[in-house]
Design a binder for this molecule. Structure first.
Ligand code: ADP
Length: 403
């Protein structure tokens, strides 16, 4: 079975090709046969396509004026040149797409029919940066491989059953009726890493109270009980919740009114301020990247120190706020760029929960610890670092639709 995964972002396109045999052990992620990514932000004229397959790397400049052809040029590298792994694209059995927003109606993955494509189109106002790119991918594939099924895997789906008290905002109820509610994001990652943590610990998911911390450039935390999301920190949009690389996370909404009244900010300026100029970058004035912030701290930069302190404080606050709804905590999961790679952040976050007898093995935390439990044996809470593998998770969710 050959599964192509497309993961389109606002300024990038990632793709992987997996080959799954009937006897393949699906509990451990497979290496893709072929993988590629397009970054459209390299410069004003070109995007950069990077391909990796057969132990070979290829880099191709893609003129921005032909952005629409990017996916097709990317797919061509599957069947041509030294990254060739298939004779024909027709050998692909099915395609899985990461779709950022499923709205209220899509609580699980499904085959992309004209109706589903229309729903993705209708949800553009809720995901204006992503859904046009998703549609571009779906349509490019439909033109190239009209008979190959395509599956939508929604990033909101995992959160679709969070209870009303966590989902409904305390604003007039008519706005909930019009669709303003907490949707939550990073669902593919949270679901995958929680399942993987259960496997790593050898414990059934049904028995576990898990808090999953997806800490990357975008960050969110989810509370998972019996394998289901019961609360999550991102909300109506991915702006709510934690402090992020350049996003502010939750702030007093009256700050926006103040900026409009007193400083004449308009919608575009606010959007830019909250999404691009805030977070770790905004406070530190150094970088959105934790690595640069840690280097700046070592050089005595106080704003960098403050940025990291706020980040950790907010992660601890959100974790703490979810424990009562879970009724306890069995497993804390760290994943994504910061969660997987920053022992310092993990140590500082975990230190806040020593009152629960969460005991981190500090030595293990500083070693290579991907897909391992880094809590001490006497800890009441397990702490698992899991490599998030969204593309593999999408392939797994696509697999049941293969006929
Ligand atoms: P996204 O997918 O949301 O763009 P990632 O999950 O790839 O983000 O995370 C990227 C972030 O991870 C970087 O901006 C950086 O802050 C952090 N990161 C990556 N490597 C390290 C590291 N070795 N130490 C600390 N932080 C790291």
């Amino acid at each position: 079975m050959k599964i192509l995964v497309l993961n389109a972002g606002s300024s990038s396109q990632k793709s992987c090709l997996y080959e799954i045999q009937p006897h393949t052990d699906l509990s451990t992620p497979l290496e893709p046969l072929w993988e590629a990514s397009i970054d459209w932000t390299v410069n004003d004229e070109y995007g950069l396509l990077k391909v990796f397959a057969n132990d070979q790397k290829r880099k191709i400049d893609l003129p921005l004026e032909n952005k629409g052809d990017g996916i097709l040029i990317m797919l061509e590298t599957i069947t041509h040149g030294h990254t060739k792994v298939l004779s024909s694209l027709e050998e692909i059995d099915i395609i899985g797409h990461r779709i950022v927003h499923g709205g209220r109606n899509y609580s699980q993955s499904c085959i992309i029919t004209p109706e589903v494509e229309q729903a993705i189109q209708d949800l553009i106002p809720l995901a204006p940066n992503h859904h046009p790119a998703h549609l571009e991918g779906i349509r490019a594939i439909a033109r190239t491989l009209p008979h190959t099924p395509q599956v939508a895997v929604f990033d909101t789906a995992f959160h679709s059953k969070i209870p009303p008290e966590a989902k409904v905002y305390p604003i007039p109820y008519e706005w909930y009726e019009k669709g303003i509610q907490r949707y939550g994001f990073h669902g593919i990652s949270h679901e995958y890493v929680s399942q993987r943590a259960g496997k790593i610990l050898g414990k059934p998911l049904e028995d576990l109270k898990i808090i999953s911390c997806h800490l990357g450039n975008g960050s969110s935390i989810t509370a998972i009980k019996n394998g289901h999301s019961i609360d999550t920190s991102m909300g109506f949009t991915p702006l709510e919740g934690l402090m992020m690389g350049t996003r502010c996370g939750s702030i007093d909404p009256a700050i926006l009114l103040h900026l409009m009244d007193e400083y004449g900010y308009d919608k575009e300026q606010l959007n830019h301020l909250l999404n691009k100029e805030s977070g770790l970058l905004g406070v530190s004035q150094v970088s959105a990247d934790v690595r640069s912030i840690i280097s700046a701290i070592a050089n005595g930069n106080h704003q960098a120190q403050l940025a990291l302190d706020i980040f950790v404080h907010r992660v601890k606050s959100v974790i703490g706020s979810m424990i009562p709804s879970l009724g306890g905590l069995d497993v804390l999961v760290f994943t994504a760029g910061i969660g997987e790679n920053s022992p310092l952040v993990r140590e500082q976050v975990c230190a806040g929960f020593s009152f629960l007898n969460l005991q981190l093995d500090l030595e293990h935390n500083n070693l290579k610890c991907l897909d391992q439990n880094i809590a001490r044996p006497d800890s009441s809470v397990d702490v698992v670092v899991v490599k998030t593998q969204e593309d593999w998770a999408i392939a797994l969710q696509t697999l049941p639709f293969c006929s």
